[in-house]
Structure formats: structure tokens, C-alpha cells
Ligand binder design. Sequence first.
Ligand SMILES: Cc1cc2nc3c(=O)[nH]c(=O)nc-3n(C[C@H](O)[C@H](O)[C@H](O)COP(=O)(O)OP(=O)(O)OC[C@H]3O[C@@H](n4cnc5c(N)ncnc54)[C@H](O)[C@@H]3O)c2cc1C
Length: 432
Amino acid sequence: MERREARGGTLVLGGGFGGLQCARKLARKEVDVLLVDRNNYHLFTPLLYQVASSLLNPSEISFPLRHILRRRKNVRVRRAEVARIDFHAQRAITVEGHAFEYDWLVIATGAETNFYGIDSVEQASFGLKDLPDGMALRNHVLDCFEAALLETDPTARQGWLTFLVVGGGPTGVEYAGALCELFRLVLPADFPDLDVHRSSVILVEALDRLLYEFPAQLGEYTKEALEQRGVEVRLGTRVTGVDGDSAVRLADGSVLSARTLIWAAGVRPVAPATEPPLPRTRQGRIEVDGSLLVRGQERVFAIGDAAAMLDDGKPLAMMAPQAMQAGRHVAAQILRASRGLPLEPFRYRDKGVMATIGRSAGVAAVGPLRLKGFIGWIAWLVIHLYFLIGFRNRFVVLSRWTYNYFRLDRPIRLIASSAPSKRRRTVSSSSP
Ligand SMILES: Cc1cc2nc3c(=O)[nH]c(=O)nc-3n(C[C@H](O)[C@H](O)[C@H](O)COP(=O)(O)OP(=O)(O)OC[C@H]3O[C@@H](n4cnc5c(N)ncnc54)[C@H](O)[C@@H]3O)c2cc1C
């Protein structure tokens, strides 16, 4: 039975980078705003890998939406998962049957991990997309060392100590670097009776270089820097499947034995079912026009990862600055429309790309500027600290980074789960 929350105004679906910017920009303006998210917090995904590698606590990279918006009287928040949207009735319906009515709708529901239809990989691997993913991965990685300690068979023990990261984009690179740091600098003291240095991190990328969105020279530098830190980088091959509970198959014919497969090889857009169905591109992103209105709809915008936002005819990358700029643009259009003004086209201002590799090593490309090494790392730290929400979070994260830098420590080494980790795949190694 459908329960209605009768209220017009603007309904923003998703409190991620795009949706939150939109709601903030509409705050204290002459419109009613309802922000709906299935979580009650905003997640700062760029630092998720630091939760998964024992450096940060979940609460330091996420912030309650109600707190962020508490002084914005015209903005209300609901924690709910929207299951479907009826465009004719201008209504979004939650999985529990609650209905939110709208005059304007902004779809900002983001993306989910894409396993490209490889079921065996989906079942066997860990994603790194949301907070539960990050915490599950941290628990599992630490648990692997506990299991290795109890393992008497040397081959089986090596399986516990082998970590396969799939995807050479920023997430894969950053996590592979962070794991090496954890294994090399921190865990040996925790496990004096285990040869922790036998642990290995393998990064697999289907393309012929890392960080494909970055200039080639920075991709090459990243590969060298990771290898110096002990990561084995395998380019030009991809994971094709996982055989039962055993080995990970690669396209080049080799079989790697690893109990841990971390999937950072791609995401796909996600949005509730709609009536009529949303127009989609081949990649599944929602088709929008120049002002970010969903094609065929006059009162529905789509932004961020979920939408195929174009820049000079090419789809924009699924990244936070793109979503944030789109959120602000759409808010401005809703205000313009409420004043009877025509909509303006969306223009993306390229802010560049950056990634960190590990201690004192990062890469950044901003306009013609290319930064790498220590200076690239500092640029990464400053920008990420700046965009992190909340003074407390910035303060705590900066303290943790400083502590980690000088004490070589990653202090959140808790296996915070009563259930044993998903222990997968047996161990046996073979080459083509
Ligand atoms: C691990 C990781 C690291 C990343 N690092 C970077 C980086 O360094 N730099 C960068 O620019 N980008 C990075 N990204 C990409 C960036 O996070 C995304 O591009 C950005 O979050 C997109 O913003 P969005 O608003 O479209 O979606 P999101 O920020 O994902 O927000 C979507 C929101 O919608 C909610 N939602 C989804 N479906 C529903 C529903 N049916 N009902 C209610 N709520 C729903 C979700 O809970 C979520 O809060 C990273 C992503 C990941 C996963």
C-alpha cells in the first residue's frame, strides 16, 4: 500500500557528490527541497581505500546528511531507498511503498561495481565502492594474516598472503600502494612469527598502462613507483574468471592463486526503475540534453555517474568534480525556471586528475601542469583535505596522516566482525 508524502518542490535522489551539491545550492532559496538517500550519510569515496587499509575510521570519511544540512530550513532529509519513479504522476516510490511527490526531480544515484557479467568473479571478489565494502575488505585482509599464521602447509599459506587487485585506475593503484605499505611497514611487528615479507600484491590491468585517464608519462611513473614499493604490475591482461573455490584465471592463460581478489575494474550507472523507462546510452548512463534534463522529460534532471553528461560531444568521466559541478548547475537551472527564465547549457570546467601511490609519491595533471613524486603527493593531500566535509573530519584525517607519516603506523587494525572472513580459493600456482 502506497503512503504519500504530498509536497511538491524539488526531490533530489542521492546524497552523494552531485545530489549534495545540488541540495546545498538550493538551500535558503525560495524552493522546498527533499533529499532522499538510502544511507543517512555522505561518503567521501576518494579516501575509502584508506579505511580498507587500516589508516582511517569509517566516520572520518563519511558525514551525516542531516548534520550537513541542519541549518538549511528549506531542505529536509529522508533515509529511504527509492525503488521506482512514475514520471506521469511525478512521484518517486520507495521499497517500503512510501511516495514522494515532486515538481522537479534530480536523479543523482551514482554507480555500482561492474563485474561485466563474470559471475564467478562477482561471487569471489571484494568490491571497493561503499563503506560496508571498505570495512569488509579491511577485516578480510587482516584476517588473511591470522589464517596464514595458523596454516601449516607452505603453499596454502602463500595463498593467504597473495592479494590480487584488478583495475589500474586510481582506486586500484591507490589500494595496491596502500596494501604494500601496510604489509611492509606495519604488519611485520604485529606478526613476528610469520614471514610477512612473503606477502605479495599483484595489480592486473587490461590496458597497456596504468591510470589511463592521465597523461602517459604519469602512468609510467606510477608503474615504476608501485614496483619500487613491491607491487607486481601486470599490464595488458585481465581476469576472466575464478574456478570454483580455487584459482583466478587471466586472459593470458596464467592462473594466479590468491585468496583475495579485489575488484576495482569498473563501475556501471545505477538508477531506480522508471515509468516510462529512462533513455540510456550503451554504457547504461541516462541520456540527458545540454542543460542536463533527461531526454523526453521536462522536469527531470540526471547528473553525476548515473548520467551521460557530455563535454564537446564526449561523455564526461565518472568522477566527483563532474558530479559536483552538475549538481550546482542543475540547482541554478531550477531557480532560473522558478523565475520564468530559460535553462542554460551545462559547461564543465576541467579541474584535472590526481592519484596517490603511497608515502611521498603521487601524480597530478592540472591543465598543462604535470606533478609527480613528493610534490604530486602533497597536491593530492591538500586537495583531498580541502574537499573532505566537516572541520572535525579534516582535523582528524590530517592528524592521522601526520601520525602515519612519522610513526609508520596504520592504527585501525581491528577485525571488527563476528563472522569469519569470506575465505576463498585454494592455493596452487601455475603458468601458461
Ligand atoms: C573507491 C572510489 C574512489 C574514488 N576516487 C575518486 C577520486 O579520487 N576522485 C574523483 O573525482 N572521483 C573518485 N571516485 C568517483 C566518485 O566517487 C564518483 O564519480 C562520484 O561519487 C559520483 O557522484 P554521484 O553524486 O553521481 O554519485 P555518488 O556520490 O555515488 O552518490 C550516489 C548516492 O545515491 C544514493 N542512492 C543510490 N541509489 C539510491 C536509491 N535507489 N535510493 C536512494 N538513494 C540511492 C547512494 O546511497 C549514494 O549516496 C571514486 C569512487 C570510488 C568508488
